[in-house]
Write a protein that binds this ligand. Structure first.
Ligand SMILES: [Mn+2]
Length: 161
């Protein structure tokens, strides 16, 4: 299963369009959107006609329509998806890794920092696709595509537009 991961587009649809035009994005079957902002996830669903699993960011209004966390079971893996601000990801990833372990997830996906991350912590593969529109780690925005297969480690590619 091919999973696209996108975050922190902050209302700039043209960058989502650029990500979707990337050749690696063509056969994505399900998208994860890690927040900021909610309407971008709706746009992503509309233009791709794929399922978009989404969570609220800190710039998505309180009491809004999106959950703070989601878990998704895909191809023998369990993914914990959250924006990250509730776990203090600016200061370290242990709280996030623990939250993933607590729900039995082997993969944690977050955003918020606008800095791409692909690391292993406490046996949890931790991924941040960076920001597609306002990157803080490079000039060009980024997103990820992840291939998931049962009993295999996720194969993750960081892609820049
Ligand atoms: Mn944020």
């Amino acid at each position: 299963m091919r999973v696209g991961i996108l975050s922190d587009s902050h209302g700039d649809y043209r960058y989502i369009d650029q990500a979707l035009a990337h050749k690696e994005a063509q056969d994505v079957e399900v998208w994860l959107f890690a927040g900021d902002i909610a309407m971008d996830a709706d746009y992503l669903a509309m233009v791709t006609d794929k399922e978009v699993i989404k969570v609220a960011g800190n710039n998505d209004w309180p009491g809004g329509r999106l959950p703070d966390y989601e878990t998704a079971d895909i191809a023998g893996h369990t993914i914990f998806l959250t924006h990250g601000h509730l776990f203090g990801v600016g200061f370290g990833l242990h709280n996030l890794a623990q939250a993933a372990v607590d729900v039995g997830a082997d993969i944690a996906v977050y955003g918020h920092t606008h800095i791409a991350v692909d690391t292993l912590l406490d046996d949890v593969r931790i991924l941040n696709p960076g920001s597609i529109s306002r990157p803080r780690d490079a000039r060009n925005g980024s997103f990820m595509v992840m291939n998931l297969e049962v009993d295999k480690s996720p194969r993750v590619k960081l892609l820049r537009i």
